[in-house]
Each structure stands twice: as structure tokens, then as C-alpha cells.
Ligand binder design. Structure first.
Ligand code: ADP
Length: 656
């Protein structure tokens, strides 16, 4: 696929992300002497600037539902347990403890602390600094800017703040961790105000413990008593019930497991509530909003798998970042294998989140093997069809789901038209476009076809940079006159797919700015006469304007304008040409065709003048002006604006 503006936006995002990652904390290390004369190096480091801003938002609690901090901590702990199991399985040498993987929640009402502990993978000192001290998510800077402007606190939820959510309920957070297989632990602490400390820690058990020093209870601000076991149990049940590792609460006597631990995708469909699906979605996607659509898929028999997929309700910030991750996780027999399994979903469905659990794969599969694996390819084919058909159902249900979907992900789905031959028709079925009929309406191609006027054969479209440019384009005249609806295609990706996709449901896509347009084939005698009358002028003009156009001919597209410029059927459109050049690609100059309106006084006058006058130099200038006007009318650029203005000025002088 050729590069376009979309890609340059993408590379900008990527550049921002890299700059952010590079701007890691500046260290001001100082040695602190402890009681026994033993020296522990405590370093005070600065949060990266985006992290600092995000923390400020958390400290000042812009998000109303504070309970979810616990969901975020449990979610991280669960991921850490997944990771250690997998790593220990793959690396038999790794000295990891995997005997009793679990998450433990404990409280101290007197000290007003709450601790979430896991015996998962843990983090090294450097990991703590890079993972907790910085945000490597692309789009963060944009998000923060948007938040400041819109003051819409809930926007933050789209981003999924994770660990930092702790600062909504705590004024100090301590994290102690030891990575599996390493000897030394690390202790991290911060009030969230600009800096944090890290220091080595002894006698740390494998995994991570996060201790929150809780803010005073303030129920009006939805800041509840998070040392109250009943409250914590309620939160865990609500948000984290499906976590497949035991979440234990230190009770009066025995620790008790609070969650049911059932993998949602393995439970019978009708036993799972919508709320449970939604919480699971938030766990896998790190989104704080509910999904737009939940999709379940089960295959039984020799080759068994389950899938639980979601379509988010909003696009993520990095939808167009090239290196962004895709959202489907792979499990094998309930064991987490990998995030971001690109073998399972094509690029153009990269917004889909969820889980696929396959029964017959080896736990040792690598990304490379997966790409080749026949079972995975079959799963992928079914997932794609299922997602597309789910969207089609949304469309048929006529609710507000589909328009939201299209608004959020339409631009990405259209990429599929370029790469997925097999599902092209299914993709076209769920596309919708703006048209000339009503600027506020988006129509599907099926709807467009149903309301085509008598005598209209093709699906007409015009691509361009904006609706205004398209609507004012002279190419539109005859179509408007006849009441033919024209698709208004302004998305850069539209420029590309229209070159690849030729028809929908047996009807051809026809650009109104390309090729010959024959709206009234029956009027041919009158036109034959015109062609004859204009032949000398057209022949002469084709030579006179040979530097700029490859042909001058009569038009049946125009009613009020004197001229327009059109492309050959297979020519690159002017917008696409601009996109190529903007992305640094060399292109040979593309000459287009000048079409004249045989009923316009300027054109008939030119014909008479050409037949009667000898001053062909003056006429050539008129021809040049005509061509320039046609370019301007479609929103194009003149090769030499200075010369054009001079010619116009001279003509105007003569009229005074
Ligand atoms: P996210 O979970 O959205 O990536 P977080 O800020 O919650 O963002 O966490 C950042 C990273 O820190 C995680 O991706 C993970 O690598 C690491 N991390 C957080 N909590 C833990 C934990 N309990 N155990 C191990 N690693 C963790």
C-alpha cells in the first residue's frame, strides 16, 4: 500500500512516543546511611513529563469512579502471574516460584493502608524505573492536551491509566518487587508529586506488592473506606471476578478466595452477564469504557477453540500508529501465551480486542510459528468473517451502534478493501459514505443502490480533499442536474481503494472526474454535429496546450462552467498525486484531459474566433486561461500562478 498523509500522521505519533521514552528520569542519587552503618543507595528520580501531568490528574481525582484503582492493580497482578507461568514453562532453568500463584489483598485499618500483592514475574530496578516512571504509550501528549481543553474528565478512561489510578485514593504509594530468577529486590515510593525514590531492598519475596497509604474517607467524593473488607470484596466481585488466579483476602482466620476464577470465554454463553463481559473487556483492553459490541465464537470437534472478542466504543489514541499493538491475546488451554497476537487478526481489524483460547496448540508456540500455523490461519479466517458479520448485524438492527462504529473505525476497516480480496464484498456491505444528497447523512452502498434514479447505471463518486471542494467541482454539474447522487469521498484511504475495487453487487464504481461520461446516450445526433463543428478548435487546442494536457475534448459533464479537467480511467487522481508527492515519492508528471462545455458562450466564442481570426497567439492565451480556470474550479493548483494573474490583469485592463 502506498504511503499517504495517514502515514505521515502516524510517523509523527511514533516520533512523539520515542521522544517520550527517551526522556527518562534524571537521576539525583544520594547515599543514605542507615543505622548499622550499612549504605543503601536511595535515588530520587523525576517522573517523565507526561507521567507527571497524568499523575496530577489522578491526585486531583478528575475521574469520578475511584473504586476502579483496585481493578487496575489486580489486572496488573494477574498479568504478572500469567507471565511467570509462561516464562517458567519456557525456561526450565529459571529459578521461579510457581507453586501457589495468587493475588493477596490485605489491609491495616489503623495505618490506613491497603496492599495488593502477587507472586508473579516481578520487576527489576530498571524495569520499575522504565515501566512505572514513564508512559510509553503513544498519543499521551495529545490526550493530555485534549483533556485540558475539553475538561472532560471521563476522557481519561479511554486511555486506561493503570497503576497511576492508585493516586486517586492514596497520597503515597510504595511498591516492593523482586523479579523471578533474580536475587535482589527493589523498593519504589512516591507521593505522585514530581519525583519518586528507588532503592535496593532485602528479603523481598518474588513478585510485587503495592501498598497504598490511603487518603481520608470522603464518601461525597466517592472515596470510600478501602480498608473495609466488605467494600473490597464487593469491588473485586464486581470488577475482577473472572480473573483466573485466586484473589485472596486476609480474613479473620483463613484467607478466603473472593473471585470465582472462571474464564468467561469457557462458560456457557447464557450464564455470563453483560456486566461480566464488560469488566473482562476492560481487563484485556485497558479501556475504562464499556465495549460497543461483544462477540463470542466457539468451535468444537477435532479442532477446538473459543474466542471472546470486543469492539471498543471509541478509537484508541494510537489507532494509526504503525507500531501499535493489536488487541487479541492468545491462550492455549486457559494458559496465557501472548498479548497482541498479530497472526489472529488482520491489520484492518486491529481495533478488535479480546481472547482466543485454542486447545490443540503447543504451549511453546512462537510468533513465527503462529504465522505459518494452519489452525491459526483457519481461526483467523473465521474471526474476520464473524467480526464483519457482527457489524452487519449492528447495521441491520438499526440502533445507534453502527454509526458509532463507523465513525470510530470506518477509516481502518476501509484498509481491508485493499488487502482482503476474500472478504471484499462483506467489507463493502458494512461501509458507509457521505453523498451529495444530505451532508449529514452517511449511506451504505446497498442503500445508495436502492435509491438510484432511473437511468443511472453506475455508482458515481468523486474523491477530493473536502466536501466543499467536491461539491463545488465543475464535474458535479450534469450529475446534479439529473439528480444523480454522488458519493463524496474525502478520506485519504478512499483515494486508494477506489483504484482497486471495481464494483459492488454488480454495479461499477465510476469516478465523475475520470474517463468519458455518457449520461444521455440517446442524444447522439446533436452531439455528433457538435463534434464536427468543434473538431478544428479541439485539434488546435490540443497542440497549443500540449505541455499541460494530453487532450482537449467536448464534455457532457458541464452545464454552467466553461471547462473542467478530467483524468483517464486509470489515472492517479490529483489528490492521490499530491499524497504521493507529500510522502516523498517521485512521480512522472500526470497530464490530464481538458473538457469544454460546447454550450458555454466562452467556448462557442472561442470556436468562432479560432475560425475567423489569425491572431492565434492571443487565442492561445485565452486557452491557457480556460485551462487555469478549470484547475482552480476543482480546487487544484496552478503551475504558474504569477503568469495566470498577469494574463487575467491584461484582459481586465482591456475591458475598462
Ligand atoms: P499497563 O498495565 O496499562 O501497561 P500500568 O501503568 O498499570 O500500565 O503498568 C505499567 C507496566 O508495569 C505494566 O505493563 C507491567 O509491565 C508493569 N507492572 C505493573 N504492575 C506490575 C506487577 N504487579 N507485576 C509486574 N509488572 C507490573
Amino acid at each position: 500500500m502506498p504511503a499517504g498523509p495517514r502515514r505521515s500522521i502516524a510517523s509523527e505519533f511514533v516520533a512523539t512516543a520515542k521522544a517520550m521514552a527517551a526522556a527518562t528520569a534524571k537521576a539525583t542519587a544520594k547515599a543514605t546511611a542507615t543505622g548499622e552503618g550499612k549504605h543503601v543507595t536511595t535515588e530520587t528520580l523525576e517522573f517523565q513529563s507526561e507521567a507527571r501531568q497524568l499523575l496530577q490528574l489522578m491526585i486531583h481525582s478528575i475521574y469520578s469512579n475511584k473504586d476502579i484503582f483496585l481493578r487496575e492493580l489486580v489486572s496488573n497482578a494477574s498479568d504478572a502471574l500469567d507471565k511467570v507461568r509462561l516464562e517458567a514453562f519456557r525456561d526450565k532453568e529459571l529459578d521461579a516460584d510457581t507453586d501457589d500463584p495468587h493475588i493477596e489483598i490485605s489491609t491495616d485499618a489503623e495505618q490506613r493502608t491497603l496492599t495488593v500483592r502477587d507472586n508473579g514475574i516481578g520487576m527489576t530496578r530498571d524495569e520499575v524505573v522504565s515501566l512505572i516512571g514513564t508512559i510509553a504509550k503513544s498519543g499521551t501528549a495529545e490526550l493530555l492536551r485534549e483533556l485540558k481543553e475539553s475538561k472532560d474528565a471521563e476522557l481519561i478512561g479511554q486511555f486506561g491509566v493503570g497503576f497511576y489510578a492508585s493516586f486517586m485514593v492514596a497520597d503515597k504509594v510504595t511498591l516492593v518487587s523482586r523479579r523471578a530468577g533474580t536475587g535482589e529486590g527493589v523498593r519504589w515510593e512516591s507521593t505522585g508529586e514530581g519525583t519518586y525514590t528507588v532503592e535496593p531492598a532485602d528479603d523481598v519475596s518474588q513478585g510485587t506488592a503495592v501498598t497504598l497509604h490511603l487518603k481520608p474517607v470522603d464518601t461525597e467524593d466517592r472515596l470510600f473506606d478501602y480498608t473495609d473488607p466488605a467494600k473490597l470484596r464487593e469491588i473485586v466481585k464486581r470488577y475482577s471476578d473472572f480473573i483466573t488466579w485466586p484473589i485472596r483476602m486476609a480474613g479473620e482466620s483463613e484467607p478466603e478466595t473472593v473471585n470465582s476464577m472462571k474464564a468467561l470465554w469457557a462458560r456457557p454463553k447464557n450464564e455470563v452477564t453483560e456486566a461480566e463481559y464488560h469488566e473482562f473487556y476492560k481487563h484485556v483492553s485497558h479501556d475504562w469504557a464499556d465495549p460497543l459490541e461483544t462477540i463470542r465464537l466457539q468451535a468444537e470437534g477435532t479442532f477446538e477453540y473459543q474466542a471472546l472478542l470486543f469492539i471498543p466504543s471509541q478509537p484508541p489514541f494510537d489507532l494509526f500508529v504503525r507500531e501499535r499493538k493489536r488487541g487479541v491475546q492468545l491462550y492455549v488451554k486457559r494458559v496465557f501465551i501472548m498479548d497482541d497476537c498479530e497472526a489472529l487478526v488482520p491489520e484492518y481489524l486491529r481495533f478488535v480486542k479480546g481472547v482466543v483460547d485454542a486447545q490443540d496448540l503447543s504451549l511453546n508456540v512462537s510468533r513465527e510459528i503462529l504465522q505459518q500455523d494452519r489452525q491459526i490461519q483457519l481461526i483467523r479466517r473465521r474471526l474476520v468473517k464473524k467480526v464483519l458479520s457482527s457489524v452487519k448485524t449492528m447495521l441491520a438492527d438499526n440502533a445507534d451502534g453502527y454509526p458509532k462504529f463507523w465513525e470510530a473505525f470506518g477509516g481502518v476497516v476501509k484498509e481491508g478493501l485493499l488487502v482482503d480480496q476474500e472478504n471484499r464484498e462483506a467489507i463493502l456491505e458494512i461501509c458507509s459514505f457521505g453523498t451529495t444528497r444530505d451532508p449529514d447523512e452517511q449511506v451504505t452502498l446497498r442503500r445508495y443502490a436502492e435509491r438510484m434514479k432511473d437511468g443511472q447505471q453506475h455508482i458515481y463518486y468523486l474523491t477530493g480533499e473536502s466536501r466543499t471542494a467536491i461539491e463545488n467541482s465543475p464535474h458535479m454539474e450534469a450529475f446534479r442536474d439529473r439528480g444523480f447522487e454522488v458519493l463524496v469521498l474525502t478520506d485519504p484511504i478512499d483515494e486508494m481503494w477506489v483504484d482497486t475495487v471495481t464494483e459492488f453487487d454488480g454495479r461499477r464504481f465510476q469516478s465523475i472526474a475520470k474517463g468519458q461520461v455518457d449520461l444521455d446516450p440517446e442524444e447522439s445526433t446533436e452531439r455528433e454535429q457538435q463534434r464536427e463543428d468543434f473538431a478544428p478548435l479541439l485539434g488546435w487546442l490540443t497542440t497549443a496546450l500540449a505541455d499541460d494536457v494530453k487532450e482537449v475534448r467536448l464534455s457532457s459533464r458541464l452545464t454552467t462552467s466553461p471547462a473542467c479537467v478530467v483524468g483517464d480511467t486509470h489515472d492517479v487522481s490529483p489528490t492521490l498525486e499530491k499524497m504521493y508527492r507529500a510522502s516523498g515519492q517521485e512521480l512522472p508528471r500526470i497530464k490530464r484531459i481538458l473538457e469544454l462545455n460546447p454550450n458555454h458562450p466562452l467556448v462557442t466564442g472561442l470556436r468562432t474566433a479560432h475560425a475567423e481570426r489569425d491572431d492565434k497567439a492571443g487565442l492561445a492565451e485565452t486557452a491557457e486561461l480556460l485551462y487555469g480556470m478549470a484547475l482552480l474550479a476543482e480546487g487544484g493548483d496552478l503551475a504558474d500562478p504569477g503568469r495566470f494573474v498577469k494574463l487575467v490583469a491584461t484582459r481586465l485592463e482591456r475591458t475598462l
